[in-house]
Design a protein around this ligand. Structure first.
Ligand SMILES: Cc1cc2nc3c(=O)[nH]c(=O)nc-3n(C[C@H](O)[C@H](O)[C@H](O)COP(=O)(O)OP(=O)(O)OC[C@H]3O[C@@H](n4cnc5c(N)ncnc54)[C@H](O)[C@@H]3O)c2cc1C
Length: 260
């Protein structure tokens, strides 16, 4: 884990453990389960009750207000709450190349901001997933002068001439041809192998996974979503409030790559 002031280099599991201990101090109950559905009692229903305005019915209404949302869990348990914060993150979809999933987060990396410093000056490969991977190759060329850009499933003629000129100016070697797999020896990547059998000695491979926001539950609640090239994200205001009253989205479930 990098780039998080005061926690640089900490194993992510340790970071999570500290977080769990901290929130437990505030009386938060942590439930290890999967939310499979969420329902919301509509405001219309409650307004009908408010018209019967006796002291007794008002008390009933207040009780109900604390139970606006019902979250159904995979175990069959339900949890109720007055407000809902959705923090379901996103799913990384890695290129289907042997070695990539196994080494992801070790020496197969996606983020030069998180990991660039640690791997600086080493032999980089960049495994293209779309023609836009050119930008990743250019970015990581600021961390090493030894960068090979593997076009993999991208055809060279899909790249604009301008992009090829930029890659040449940055000293990035462009290698056409589908990648067959990563060569892993012991606990490290040592090479990238093409389908034709050619191997290129590389120590670190950057690639850009597809990012699929986990916004199904928000969609089921009726939250307005907008489409991006990276999936559908909730429409939110500056505080993360979605279009469904009482529901906020945070973290990667909120922040589309175009917003962050
Ligand atoms: C390999 C890798 C390295 C990274 N390195 C860094 C780094 O060094 N520094 C940095 O700042 N950032 C780094 N990042 C990015 C960072 O991990 C994310 O930005 C961050 O984790 C987003 O936090 P989040 O809480 O929004 O989502 P997540 O951390 O993805 O958490 C979402 C959680 O919601 C759970 N969930 C999803 N759906 C449900 C459901 N229906 N019910 C119950 N639970 C559900 C998921 O299982 C998951 O635990 C890295 C990312 C990757 C992939």
């Amino acid at each position: 884990m990098r780039g998080y002031l005061s926690r640089d280099g900490m194993p992510p599991a340790e970071f999570l453990e500290i977080g769990r201990k901290e929130i437990a101090r505030y009386g938060v109950e942590l439930v290890r389960d999967t939310a499979v559905d969420i329902t919301r009692e509509t405001r219309d229903t409650r307004e009908t009750r408010e018209t019967r305005d006796t002291r007794e019915t008002r008390e009933t209404r207040d009780t109900r207000e604390t139970r606006d949302f019902t979250v159904m869990l995979a175990s069959g348990r339900t949890v109720q709450g007055r407000r809902l914060v959705v923090a379901t993150g996103l799913k990384d979809v890695l290129p289907d190349v042997p070695g990539v999933a196994e080494r992801f987060g070790k020496d197969v990396l996606h983020c030069p901001y998180c990991h660039g410093w640690e791997v600086r000056d080493r032999a980089f490969g960049v495994l293209a997933t779309t023609p836009l991977s050119v930008h990743q190759a250019l970015m990581v060329s600021q961390w090493s002068k030894d960068v090979t850009f593997f076009l993999h499933t991208v055809e060279q003629d899909e790249l604009p001439d301008d992009d090829l000129c930029r890659l040449a100016a940055a000293g990035v070697d462009v290698v056409p041809g589908e990648v067959d797999g990563l060569v892993v020896a012991g606990d490290r990547v040592t090479a990238v192998r093409l389908k034709d059998g050619t191997t290129f000695a590389r120590e670190v491979v950057f690639t850009t996974p597809g990012a699929v926001p986990q916004t199904d539950l928000l969609a089921r609640l009726g939250a307005e979503l907008y489409q991006t090239p990276f999936g559908s994200y909730p429409v939110v205001d500056s505080t993360g409030r979605t279009t469904v009253p009482g529901v906020w989205a945070v973290g990667n479930a909120w922040a589309s790559p175009s917003r962050s």
